[in-house]
Ligand binder design. Structure first.
Ligand SMILES: [Fe+2]
Ligand SMILES: [Fe+2]
Length: 397
């Protein structure tokens, strides 16, 4: 054995009181073939140390008078041979093409060689990462709200029964849409390489937001009614195209930019025309969450398009293909449309209904203007933006 490079004082520490922890720490700083001198006073340490060292492939020699020399075994050292850093810890320093062998390792961790590779589908920075992701994650984490305390659930509900029915019809539709909006980020979260952890964390928070939306809409609907409204085949067909969209970029456009963007208008409309404060407040909170979801999709796609301008054509065909798939379906169900009119009208009188109808027509125009504006921001021409917005599902999401 080579002369010991260092010395470790165990004092009276035995293997029953933590000697192995100190030994492991000491050995962590040695290279193969290097050795350490150990001084120990605990009775019976010699046999325990010999057994411990043998089990780990280290050589140990007794020098007498409570002194031992322990040499790091090749097997132990080999754990670090071929080990790789899983990128670097700071957020701005993600690896462009992280190894699938890094698997679940923390960004910046030292990964032992020999592990089986994972198969994350979104495994390059080009596909999954954008510089604004850490900030959007932090904003999303800071904006989480508690459904139990954030909403005035005990608001008196004194509006007419017909208005309550209209609201429950809309809530039924919203819950279904929120369920699709939860499944999409949840599914893509499983495909993002953990090197891009803020994207993964952001997707998880988006799914958590949608879980809250499902909860508050369900809870509001149950305040005065024991039954929910209609779920239509047209609505579900539209949402199915989102839930089953396999491409991250196309899903970001269809759900994030077009669907959730349109929903921000819808939720704002529902806040403005809410029959009472409880509904107004929950629509406000949900709309604020949705605005963040839109910002994330826009941030992701803007960066993708900057690197790969041909992506615009691929995104345009996503909208056209979805439109073709849904050509034969009804889109927004009539009950929801009528319920929106009634909510905006607030009453059944013909002049009130006329006002409500005009408000819904205005809402649809605002939705279209918002979609065109976002598509223009991504780089589509004014004509393309107008035609793609026009092809967006009549189901809104
Ligand atoms: Fe939502
Ligand atoms: Fe959303």
């Amino acid at each position: 054995m080579n002369a010991p490079a260092r010395r470790l004082e165990l004092g009276s520490l035995g293997f029953d009181s933590g000697a192995s922890t100190l030994l492991a720490l000491e050995l962590g700083s040695l290279r193969a073939g290097e050795s350490v001198e150990i001084r120990a006073e605990a009775a019976d340490l010699a046999s325990q140390l010999a057994a411990w060292a043998r089990g780990r492939g280290h050589r140990v020699e007794e020098l007498g008078a409570g002194r031992f020399q322990l040499e790091l075994g090749a097997a132990h050292a080999a754990r670090r041979v071929g080990a790789e850093r899983a990128g670097r810890a700071p957020a701005t320093d993600v690896a462009a093409r992280p190894s699938q062998r890094w698997g679940l390792a923390a960004r910046g961790a030292l990964v032992e060689a020999g592990g089986a590779p994972f198969s994350f589908r979104l495994a390059t920075a080009d596909e999954a990462w954008f510089a604004g992701a850490p900030e959007l994650y932090r904003a999303a984490a800071a904006a989480q709200w508690d459904p139990g305390t954030a909403i005035p659930w005990d608001t008196p509900l004194e509006h007419p029964a017909e208005v309550e029915d209209a609201l429950v019809t809309v809530l039924t539709y919203l819950i279904e849409n929120e369920t699709a909006a939860l499944l999409v980020p949840a599914r893509f979260a499983t495909q993002v390489h953990p090197q891009f952890r803020e994207v993964l964390q952001r997707l998880a928070l988006q799914a958590a937001d949608e879980a809250r939306h499902i909860e508050v809409f369900s809870r509001r609907a149950a305040l005065r009614r024991s039954e929910l409204g209609l779920s239509t085949t047209g609505g579900q067909a539209s949402l199915r195209t989102l839930v089953e969209e396999p491409d991250f970029d196309r899903a970001a456009l269809l759900l994030g930019v077009l669907g959730e963007g349109t929903f921000v208008n819808l939720l704002t409309f529902l806040r403005e025309h809410a029959p009472e404060r409880c509904t107004a407040e929950l629509m406000r909170l949900v709309a604020a969450d949705e605005a963040r979801h839109v910002a994330f999709a826009m941030g992701h796609l803007a960066e993708r398009i900057r690197h790969e301008p041909t992506l615009l054509a691929r995104l345009a065909s996503a909208v056209r293909e979805r439109h073709d798939t849904l050509r034969a379906t009804a889109g927004l169900n009539e009950e929801v449309f009528d319920a929106l009119v009634l909510l905006a009208a607030g009453a059944f009188a013909p002049d009130a209904i006329a006002r409500g109808h005009a408000a819904v027509v205005e809402l649809v125009a605002q939705m279209d203007a918002g979609r065109r504006m976002r598509l223009r921001k991504l780089g589509f021409s004014a004509d393309d933006a107008a035609s793609l917005s026009g092809l967006h599902t009549r189901n809104f999401m």
